[in-house]
Each structure stands twice: as C-alpha cells, then as structure tokens.
Design a protein around this ligand. Structure first.
Ligand code: AMP
Ligand code: GLY
Length: 423
C-alpha cells in the first residue's frame, strides 16, 4: 500500500518508523516531514493545510491511506475535502471530519458533547464578551484555582489556571474583551478545578468499533519537578503505572464507550484517533480534554508498544473492519525524553548541527524539529529529538534514554532529567 503521512514532528517520525516495519507497505511519503522521516520514506514539500496540493499528490501517487498527524488540517476539514472529490474516494483518511474535529477545535462543543452523553468531566459554563459580568458571578460560585479555557485552537496555550479570583477576572477580561488569543478566545469556558493526577488514553476507531491503545503520561512543563512554562511535552512514559485494570475498566465503561457511542448518536462519522486527557481523581476518571489526533511525544511511547502491523490496522480503519482484527500490545515499558533547543518554549535558535545521532544503539531517536542542511542534520524547531527506549521496568527504559542522550549534542541542548519522577 502507498501511504502519505501529514506532519513534521516526532509523532510523524514514530508513525513512519512503525509503518515501515510492515511488509504491506509499498511507498511511504511524509509531507513535509523532517530529517528523520527522510530516512524512512520520501519527504514531500507540501504544507499540511494545502488540501489541493495534498489531494493532487494522492491522485498522482496512488495513495491508499492518508494519515493526518496534527489537528489543524482536521479542524480545517481535510477529510471533508477528500470526501467531496470523487477522484479522492480511493484514499482512506485516518482522521475525523470537521464536525468530529470540533471535539478539539471547540472546548464548548466538547463540554456540551460530554454533558449530552453523561461523560464525567468538570462542571463548567461558557461566556462571551457580552456576558463578561456573568462570568465574574460564575467565578464566585467556584473555589480556586480557576480553570479558564479559550474555546478555539490556541497552539496549546489557551488554558490558564489563575489561583486567585482577582487574577481570574483580569485574565477573563484579557481573553474575552481584549482578544488575548484572537478569535480562539471569543468564547471562554470556565470550569471547576479537578485535583488529581493526569494521564492519557488513546482510542482508534473506524466509527463503529474501536481499539484502546496503550496509556501514557506526558510531562508538559519545561522545568524539573513540573515547574515553569508549558511546552508541547518534554517526555512521556507508557504504560502509566497507576492506570490499573480496575481504573481502565472505569475509563472504558464511563468514558470510551459513551464517547464512541455518543459520536454515533450525534450522527458524526468519526474515523481516526481520539486522544482523551484524563484526571484520576481518587480513583475515578474525569475528562479534561479531547484531542482528535495522537499526542506528541505520547506517540513516541505508545506506537512502539503496538505489536500489530500498523498498515493492516489503518487499512481496517479505512474499510470499517477494525472489529475483525486482533490488536496486540507489548507489556514492556517505553519512555521517551525530549531534547529541546535552549530557550524553548520561548525564543530559541535554529540550524545547530546535531552530533552523535548515529552513536545511539540502545534507543530509537525520533526526530521532531530537524532538517538536513549541507549534508548535516540540524535543529529546526524548539523540540528537536525524542529519545525512546524499551525496558522491562520504567527505570530500565529511562536509564537507556538518558545514556543515549549523553551521546547526542547540539549547541544549547536541554532536556529534563526527571521524567517519571512522580510515578
Ligand atoms: P489543555 O491545554 O486542554 O491540555 O490543558 C492544559 C492543562 O491544564 C492540562 O494538561 C491540565 O494539567 C490542566 N487542566 C485543564 N483542565 C483542568 C481542570 N478542569 N482541572 C485541573 N487541571 C486542568
Ligand atoms: N503532548 C500533548 C499533546 O500532544 O497535545
């Protein structure tokens, strides 16, 4: 089969790595890809939002499966575009249509969805500029800290958690009246703070049946001990030790089944990944957010644990026969540690030569922000490489990743040395 992956991060490199292990793969293309993906397939110079360019490429290259990595093209309707063109109907799109992608594209839509289908989540209300005064009154009914979420996509920055009411009111004014996040904060969801420990579950569905993928825990803050600014993710571990079978059964009964059934009841034909961010509150799961794609760096620990042939799995999603295939996962632990450019998530420099990548033998290096320049692999983003390792324990996996990171270097390289510290 010929497959095109859309995106350019560690997630897309990890998907490429897994797909190239399949005998069923003929040609793999990645648009736009990075230095890592160029070793596994052919990078194609197309932007993720260039639907016409992507569509034409699929026709010319007989692409049978299009795997959409990031959320933006899904929210913008890439799947709807493919469906609207008869000549593209042969390409199965792994990723929901615009309507389903609203689960990530609009916090309000996702809260209403959960409410409608009785899916446990924090109590909330949504407000606009016109109802700013009412939003202050709603704050008074909650206790601190306060969770404020811009309704739309804000590149992972749209959630603010002030710990006193004065700051919460200031922040609400910034978001609603002063358009802090542009159109994304025209509406803001205020919700109750859930006190617990976070983890994520991932589901792959063909719209009818589903497979539950391994759990993962992501480390979002730049600093050790979970301090400092939020990032896209500094490391991850799978499985999550506190996600016991009993807890996961609650997740499946109370959250996964009602989510998949809810989409069906609402007439939303949802095909692709559903990433559910959860809070474990004293043993009970609550949904913090839905994403309509895989996480990054969660993919770099979840995908390596899948034993089944991913080309077969994606083909079954496309044919709506996912329920008929067996889905196998290794019990081994996989961890990943992200090396980033100094300064990230604020300003940082690019185009630093990365040394030592070929010295790594005990881990797999998934490229995030890299490119090839004058024959060298150089940095091309804040998050640069994710170093993933298997282990029979969390410690063994982490030790391998940290040993491998000692062999890699670039100017101003930084990574957290405490991934997994809280588990
Ligand atoms: P998001 O950008 O939606 O992933 O949210 C960012 C982070 O805010 C999450 O990873 C949580 O740590 C935190 N968060 C979001 N909603 C809540 C909530 N209701 N209670 C506590 N923390 C939350
Ligand atoms: N690592 C968090 C995300 O992909 O949204």
């Amino acid at each position: 089969m010929n497959i095109l992956i859309i995106g350019s991060g560690g997630r897309e490199h990890a998907l490429s790595w897994k797909l190239t292990q399949s005998k069923k793969l003929s040609n793999l293309f990645i648009a736009p890809g990075n230095a890592g993906t160029s070793e596994l397939g052919t990078n194609v110079d197309l932007s993720v939002s260039d639907f016409e360019g992507i569509g034409n490429f699929c026709i010319q290259n007989n692409i049978e499966i299009l795997v959409v990595g990031p959320e933006v093209p899904l929210v913008e309707g890439i799947h709807d575009y493919f469906e609207s063109k008869p000549e593209l109907n042969k390409t199965a799109v792994i990723g929901p249509k615009k309507m389903g992608a609203q689960l990530e594209g609009s916090k309000k839509f996702s809260k209403e969805f959960m409410e409608r289908h009785n899916i446990p989540t924090a109590r909330y209300k949504a407000f606009t500029k016109e109802t700013l005064e009412d939003s202050f009154a709603f704050l008074e009914t909650l206790s601190p800290p306060y969770v404020l979420k811009a309704d739309g996509l804000a590149a992972g920055k749209g959630v603010v958690i002030p710990d006193n009411i004065e700051d919460a009111k200031k922040e609400l004014t910034e978001m609603l009246a002063n358009s802090k996040f542009g159109a994304a904060s025209q509406e803001v969801v205020i919700e109750e703070f859930l006190d617990g420990i976070e983890l994520s579950v991932f589901v792959l569905t063909d719209g009818d049946s589903y497979k539950v993928l391994p759990t993962a825990k992501d480390y979002k803050r730049i600093g050790e001990g979970d301090k400092g600014l939020n990032t896209g993710g500094m490391g991850a571990i799978s499985p999550v030790p506190f996600a016991t079978n009993e807890f996961l059964q609650k997740v499946e009964e109370r959250i996964i089944k009602p989510s998949v059934d809810g989409l069906k009841k609402d007439g939303i034909d949802y095909v692709g990944f559903l990433f559910i961010g959860l809070m474990n509150v004293k043993g009970d799961p609550f949904v913090i957010e839905y994403n309509v794609r895989m996480g990054d760096p969660e993919t770099e620990v979840v995908i390596p644990r899948i034993k089944s042939d991913l080309v077969e799995v994606f083909a079954a999603v496309g044919n709506k026969t996912l329920g008929e295939i067996e889905f196998k996962v290794t019990p081994q632990t996989v961890c990943t540690v992200m090396a980033v450019s100094g300064g990230y998530p604020e300003a940082y420099e690019k185009q630093k030569v990365i040394n030592g990548l070929n010295l790594v033998t005990e881990s797999t290096v998934f490229h995030a922000g890299t490119k090839i320049q004058d024959g060298n692999v150089v940095t091309n983003g804040g998050r640069v490489v994710a170093v993933s390792s298997f282990g029979s324990t969390k410690k063994e996996a982490l030790d391998k990743s940290y040993a491998s990171l000692k062999k890699i270097s670039f100017d101003n390289m930084y990574f957290r040395s405490d991934i997994g510290f809280d588990l």
